[in-house]
Design a protein around this ligand. Structure first.
Ligand SMILES: [Fe+2]
Length: 186
């Protein structure tokens, strides 16, 4: 990638480019998350419909604000943020969300897996820029406060009185959805 013509004071052009590259991946991940949350908002069915449908819109709004802040930080660093869907799909390292119309608890089981992936990658990105750029680190850590809270909102639906998650150690969205909804029927 070509170096930016300028970047924020006290970073080298290379450091500006490196931080922007980390942020571009977070831009793609959170744009994807905002779309996925809306997809779930539209596709939940069953007895928990209204609670889950309405829980998700404030998450969408918050994630969209995070996306905007990330894109503007990239521009501030002297690099052009890429916000088009084609580029997102071409560059992402994960699969499309795998569930269509389904019970609310099944979707929340799958969303637990989605949030685990997004949060792990966001924490890694925050660590990767920690030594170079405190401001970007602070931005990403700020997102983690909200993302981890939203993740808990999801998990609270999947949690027993004893504190166990019904999704267990499911690794895929579909496996987590199945485990969560079996438990919900029991
Ligand atoms: Fe809506």
């Amino acid at each position: 990638m070509a170096l930016p013509k300028y970047t924020v004071p006290s970073l080298t052009l290379q450091q500006g480019a490196d931080v922007a590259a980390v942020l571009q991946q977070r831009l793609d991940a959170l744009n994807d998350l905002a779309l996925t949350l809306k997809h779930i908002h539209w596709n939940v069915v069953g007895p928990h419909f209204i609670a889950v449908h309405e829980m998700l819109d404030p998450q969408v709004d918050a994630v969209r604000l995070m996306v905007d802040a990330i894109a503007e930080r990239i521009a501030t660093l002297g690099v052009a943020p890429v916000g088009t869907p084609g580029a997102l799909v071409a560059n992402r390292t994960w699969e499309d969300y795998s569930i269509g119309r389904d019970g609310a608890i099944a979707h929340l089981g799958a969303l637990d897996v989605v949030y685990i992936g997004v949060i792990e990658d966001h924490r890694k990105a925050a660590k990767d820029v920690e030594e170079i750029d405190d401001v970007t680190n602070d931005l990403l850590v700020g997102h983690l406060h909200e993302l981890e809270l939203f993740h808990w909102f999801v998990r609270a639906h999947l949690e027993s009185a004893g504190g166990t998650l019904t999704t267990g150690n499911a690794q895929s969205e579909k496996a987590a959805a199945r485990k969560a909804s079996v438990k919900d029927d029991a």
